[in-house]
Write a protein that binds this ligand. Structure first.
Ligand SMILES: *Cc1c(COP(=O)(O)O)cnc(C)c1O
Length: 359
């Protein structure tokens, strides 16, 4: 059976380089914040086109660091898509703030700017919560509609966070994912477009004050040295060994990104007309974290793929407004018609950089 994401094929291809890099770390022994971490942060900032890249323990912590840095707290409303991975909404509630879910665009799967503005106006007119920030998600590798979302953030004086956990490598008119909003975040979970061999994440910003705060929060609210703590923070560093692995994977990333797009083009050619294929707007470039089709007969169609030994997965079968953990917010499916339909009709096909000769 074909692998849904073939990490073993990638390792086989990069084995010598990755093994050598790991060996170097074992020899110098600086397992925490070693030289590879700083080298990676410089290269990530360079790649993304952001002034600062600050690595951390995972993509969820990266979002939490963004929330802490923006001072998100109880009484604040933070807007995010209902059709996303749980972590996007979780970090809002974790700070004691209220997630306000937004419906999706049926073609791009991303947050719908029109519905976003509607929900912001609703929160303002109710007057119970302080509208504070937006977390937009680059779902399945496609950057969200930042031209319109940035205009809305500006109009309502909201901070904007880009959750690029799946979006790393994506672009809008040559501007890369990780460079949108006031703060952007990504994840190096193994299955993401740029993954390590464990957990990892990063935060990006052009704002020097934010960067200083993120660096402090990352290590116990550190002040002028290790034993000076000026705020309540967390312990969320990227392991040096993971940074070493990521340095080799980042080097190869542009080649892999091309291969993922070749695979997506092949899928598009094969499935156009039979299923609703993913839509990439003019000027946008996807890193294809997932290749996602839509069908009203999802179960039947997934069975047909299974018979041809092609595995399929559902991202996502449960929207945020349907999660048990968010029942207290009192939303119903009628509030989110598009996302609710997507959760019933989407399914994803295998996607990785070592796929194109298999399909
Ligand atoms: C994976 C993911 C995260 C969380 O990243 P972790 O590294 O698993 O903590 C956050 N947001 C989205 C959209 C994701 O896909």
């Amino acid at each position: 059976m074909m692998q849904f994401i073939d990490l073993a094929a990638q390792y086989k291809h990069l084995k010598q380089r990755i093994d050598k890099r790991i060996q170097k770390v074992l020899e110098h022994g600086q397992y925490i914040m070693g030289p590879e971490v700083l080298e990676l942060e410089e290269k990530l900032a360079d790649y993304v086109g952001a002034k600062h890249a600050i690595t951390c323990a995972n993509g969820t912590d990266a979002l939490t660091l963004a929330m802490m840095t923006l001072g998100v707290k109880e009484g604040d409303a933070v807007f995010c898509p209902t059709f996303t991975f749980f972590a996007t909404a979780e970090v809002i509630a974790y700070e004691g703030a209220t997630p306000v879910f937004v419906d999706s665009n049926p073609d791009t799967f991303n947050i719908c700017p029109k519905d976003l503005e509607k929900r912001i106006q609703e929160v303002i007119s109710k007057g119970e919560l302080n509208p504070k920030a937006i977390i937009a998600v680059d779902l399945f590798g496609l950057p969200a509609n930042y031209p319109e979302i940035e205009a809305i953030a500006h109009k309502y004086n909201l901070k904007l966070v880009e959750d690029a956990a799946q979006g790393f490598g994506g672009e809008i008119n040559g501007k890369r994912a990780g460079s949108f909003g006031d703060i952007a975040t990504t994840s190096f979970f193994p299955a993401k477009p740029l993954g390590c061999y464990g957990d990892g994440g990063a935060v990006f910003t052009n704002n020097d004050d934010f960067a200083a705060l993120i660096k402090s929060y990352r290590v116990h609210g550190q002040g002028k040295d290790k034993y000076d703590n000026v705020r309540i923070g967390m312990n969320s560093r990227l392991d040096t060994i993971q940074a070493a692995i990521l340095l080799e994977k980042l080097e190869e990333f542009p080649v892999e990104l091309k291969a993922r797009n070749v695979a997506a083009d092949k899928y598009n050619a094969e499935f156009k007309g039979r299923y609703k294929t993913p839509f990439v707007p003019e000027g946008y470039f996807s890193s294809w974290a997932q290749y996602t089709l839509q069908s009203e007969n999802r179960e039947v169609v997934m069975g047909q793929f299974q018979e041809k030994s092609m595995p399929t997965m559902i991202y996502y079968g449960t929207c945020m407004h349907q999660q048990t953990a968010f029942e207290y917010l009192g939303y119903s499916d009628n509030d989110y018609p598009v996302a609710t339909r997507l959760s019933k009709e989407v399914f994803s096909l295998p996607m990785h950089a070592y796929l194109s000769n298999l399909i």
